[in-house]
Design a binder for this molecule. Structure first.
Ligand SMILES: Nc1ncnc2c1ncn2[C@@H]1O[C@H](COP(=O)(O)OP(=O)(O)OP(=O)(O)O)[C@@H](O)[C@H]1O
Length: 849
């Protein structure tokens, strides 16, 4: 438990008029307030000449950043460690409370404590990878002593009879200002209590047991929506949305005066731990309070509704003051907050007669009920007193200084709100019980068969694992039937499965190695075979332009002319027709497809199978928001670079086709020569046999011999032509492959480059078909201003990446339907769109898409 005094800081609103009566003392923590002379009292009188007030810090010309780091950062740090924390701003109207708490919601630099606290909190939450963290947010407004939920789906007035309504002005005549402490309800007497009556009742303090009463009360507002927020943007968006519907109005001292007390709360739930160590749960909350400002209605010229609001505000602030007074008396009677009594405190602190029982009127107003913890309970609290140091506001300034001084005497007892997560423990034990039950059932079922290894429950040694592996192998090869495998414990069964998997993995590796070896062998043989080949050897035939030719040769090894490129690790052969990228009839590609053989199925550059082959070779990355099929078509037909490459490829393929055609004719001719040679050789052999019998060489035999000689000469000529043609085909095949590789490579360079400009399929199609749409990657059409927003967002991010969430949340708020009381605050649809847009923008800006 951390018992600590409430920290109080004083912030002054910059003013041109300035104040001659207020000076900051050299210690930087004390202010001196000169009191005006009372001329009527004469020269000698007891009038105080000045007052001194000491605080934890004075912030005369502080930036928003300094105010945050001085006043709030540590509180947020505490909340992240499991303590409750409250930061509240108090002061006269126009002194800068809203500026301090919310800041300028249009300017990132001028953002106030709440947006900064949200940022700090989420940054820390994101770093907690080992923890389960849930953040919730609520936004409560107390307007004319009626509570409103600023984050409810429907902006409902929940009081006086709604869920939030509770009658803290015990028996108040609500709108009769004199009746705040009176009895009965004239108009809207809220009957529904919030929280436990006892918990919020007034407490007599001063006796020992009363101290505990202050600590245990949880100031929960029943029915208040606590929205789960996953990201900083979501939290900011909710905060901005709530801000936009706060009650404000204009009066003489402030054109945008808050007419209500607003309490924005972030709830943090953290779970940390492990199965074995158990889970540790922390629950804490950060409460940020922007109080309405006290005002002198004569100065603000309030009238009508504004006057009524002013009366409610002043009254509730006076209850707050009474509560603080009572608490500070108690605190002083206990020895005070470490001697923090204000230097100029003019008698408000406890006198001896005050000591003893003191009534703390928490229950008199909703504000004091909600702030109960912050003022004296389980909370680390900081108050920022805002003053407007101009002479014309002297009275208000003194009043704020006094109040701040009393608040500084209060002490709180912050404790880490820790709890064991019962849900988690139940789950853990359930799992354990289930496991044990299974083990026992298994033992019962297999009772009698004892096995040293299979009945083990702890980890297996390496030797035991080897033994189980041997059993697994025998089972897998069928040597051991399943009935003969002992199964005595779950532990053993798990290990057996493991070993079966290991065996299967080994088997696969072995087969793959064999396969690789065979492939290498084949490649080597093909290489050594060169161009020679047996006549009549069938040749792989390509389709379309890649047609092969069958070559028959009288001598040499077999070789395929139109051979597949696969052995070279590069498949440019035919893909099945269904691997061809689909094109819709409406796209420009559809009309081009039939005219041009470049849309060849063989390329299938984007199909899964071919891409798998190409990716390692070319490093094709599957990125981008447009499918590659469409993009490849665009590249080949529309982009000059791609078009040129595709033309080269087409020309080479045509030449290859011609060469193969020629080669096929020559091969036929060569085969004809070979057949003729065979026939002549056969005839000559027969003739020789006859001549041998007769012992003469006749003319016919001589003719055969001449014909055979001529046929062989022709064969050699044709063979030479075939050989030359084959070389040409091989060279041309390589050129075709090179052209394909070039085309893919260039496409692969171009594709991510183009995609990085975040082109959508629609955009690409528009480019291809002259459509004038501009769509984002979700397929949503972007109008000119949205496109501008996008560019603007990218610029902002470049300047300060931390501001991304702020701007995105602000932007999403702008896109929401205008909010107004009585209207829907936020539909689910709008919320979903908002979230999607935020995620998309985040992804875009961080290059995740
Ligand atoms: N420290 C400051 N720096 C710059 N401007 C300030 C500062 N404090 C206040 N202001 C400006 O003074 C005006 C009034 O401030 P703000 O609305 O925050 O006062 P407030 O105390 O919340 O008033 P109310 O109680 O009437 O709501 C605003 O225009 C605000 O921008």
């Amino acid at each position: 438990m951390v018992r600590s005094a409430v920290q109080v800081y004083l912030r002054t609103r910059p003013t041109s008029a300035g104040s001659s009566s207020l000076t900051v003392q050299p210690d930087g923590k004390t202010v001196k307030m000169e009191l005006p002379k009372n001329a009527e009292a004469g020269l000698i009188n007891n009038q105080l000449e000045h007052l001194l007030f000491k605080y934890d810090g004075i912030l005369p010309k502080a930036s928003q950043e300094t105010v945050y780091s001085t006043c709030a950062q540590d509180v947020v740090e505490h909340v992240l460690r499991g303590y409750n924390g409250t930061v509240f701003a108090y002061g006269q109207t126009g002194a800068g409370k809203t500026y301090t708490m919310s800041g300028d919601t249009q300017s990132y630099q001028q953002r106030g404590i709440v947006p900064r606290a949200i940022h700090q909190m989420f940054r820390s939450v994101e770093e907690r990878v080992d923890q389960e963290v849930v953040v919730r947010a609520s936004y409560l407004e107390i307007y004319n002593e009626v509570m409103y939920d600023l984050l409810a789906d429907h902006f409902d007035t929940l009081a006086p009879s709604g869920a939030l309504g509770y009658d803290t002005f015990s028996g108040a005549k609500d709108y009769d200002m004199g009746g705040l402490g009176g009895t009965g309800s004239k108009k809207k007497g809220g009957k529904k209590k919030f929280g436990d009556d006892d918990a919020y009742g007034g407490h007599f303090l001063g006796s020992s047991h009363k101290k505990d009463t202050l600590h245990v009360v949880d100031t929960e507002v029943k029915g208040l929506v606590k929205r789960v927020v996953h990201t900083e943007e979501e939290a900011l968006a909710l905060f901005f949305a709530g801000e936009s519907i706060r009650s404000t109005s204009k009066h003489a001292l402030n054109s945008n005066s808050s007419r209500s007390h607003c309490i924005f709360t972030l709830y943090l739930e953290t779970k940390q731990g492990s199965d074995s160590l158990g889970m540790r749960g922390l629950q804490s909350k950060l409460t940020c309070v922007d109080l309405a400002g006290s005002e002198r209605t004569k100065k603000t010229h309030a009238s009508g509704q504004t006057l009524k609001e002013a009366m409610f505000i002043n009254k509730s602030l006076s209850f707050l003051e009474q509560t603080v007074n009572a608490l500070s008396k108690v605190s002083n009677s206990r020895g005070g907050a470490g001697g923090r009594r204000g230097l100029g405190d003019d008698g408000a602190s406890a006198s001896a007669s005050d000591q003893g029982a003191a009534f703390v009127p928490f229950r008199q107003s909703k504000l004091t009920s909600v702030l109960k913890d912050a003022l004296g309970g389980n909370c680390k609290t900081v108050m920022i007193g805002n003053i407007w140091p101009e002479d014309r506001h002297l009275e208000e300034t003194i009043s704020t200084l006094r109040f701040a001084s009393r608040v500084r005497q209060l002490t709180t007892n912050a404790v880490v709100n820790e709890r064991r997560d019962p849900e988690f423990l139940v789950k853990k034990y359930e799992r354990q019980v289930a496991n044990l039950k299974q083990e026992l059932a298994m033992r019962d079922a297999l009772n009698g068969t004892s096995n040293r290894i299979s009945s083990r429950y702890d980890a297996f040694s390496d030797a035991e694992k080897q033994e189980i592996r041997r059993i697994a192998k025998k089972f897998l090869t069928g040597e051991t039937p399943i009935e003969d495998v002992s199964l005595h414990s779950l532990n053993y069964i798990r290990e057996l499965f493991n070993q079966c998997k290991n065996c299967a993995d080994d088997e696969r590796t072995e087969v793959e190695a064999k396969h690789q070896g065979a492939l290498r062998d084949l490649e080597a043989r093909l290489k050594s075979a060169g161009v020679g080949g047996a006549a009549g050897q069938a040749e792989e035939e390509d389709h379309g332009a890649d047609q092969g030719a069958s070559v028959g040769e009288g001598e040499g090894a077999a070789a395929a002319v139109g051979e597949s490129d696969k052995p070279s690790g590069f498949h440019v052969g035919n893909a099945p027709s269904d691997a061809k990228p689909e094109r819709s009839a409406g796209t420009p590609m559809a009309s081009m497809e039939n005219q041009d053989d470049l849309a060849e199925p063989a390329l299938d550059p984007l199909g899964a199978g071919v891409q798998a082959d190409l990716s390692p070779a070319l490093g094709l990355a599957a990125t981008g928001s447009v499918d590659k099929s469409t993009a490849f078509d665009l590249f080949k037909y529309e982009i000059e670079e791609g078009r040129n490459l595709a033309t080269v490829l087409k020309e080479r393929k045509k030449r290859l086709g011609d060469l193969r055609h020629n080669l096929r004719d020559q091969t036929v001719e060569l085969n004809g020569c070979k057949e003729e040679i065979d026939a002549l050789a056969h005839s000559l052999e027969s003739r020789e046999a006859e001549d041998a019998e007769e012992g003469v060489v006749d003319d016919e035999r001589y003719k055969y011999m001449q014909s055979l000689k001529a046929a062989k000469r022709k064969y050699r000529e044709v063979y030479q032509k075939v050989r030359d043609s084959k070389l040409q085909v091989q060279t041309c095949s390589r050129d075709v492959v090179a052209a394909k590789v070039d085309l893919y490579k260039r496409f692969n360079d171009w594709y991510p480059r183009t995609m990085s400009n975040v082109m959508s399929r629609d955009e690409l199609l528009a480019k291809m078909g002259g459509m004038s749409v501009k769509a984002d990657e979700d397929g949503e059409l972007l109008d000119a201003s949205e496109q501008f927003d996008k560019v603007e967002m990218q610029r902002i991010i470049l300047e300060d990446p931390d501001s991304l969430a702020f701007h995105t949340a602000k932007k999403s708020l702008k896109k929401m339907t205008p909010l107004a009381k009585g209207k829907t605050l936020r539909g689910e649809k709008a919320k979903a769109t908002m979230t999607r847009r935020m995620e998309r923008d985040l992804a875009l800006n961080f290059g995740l898409k």
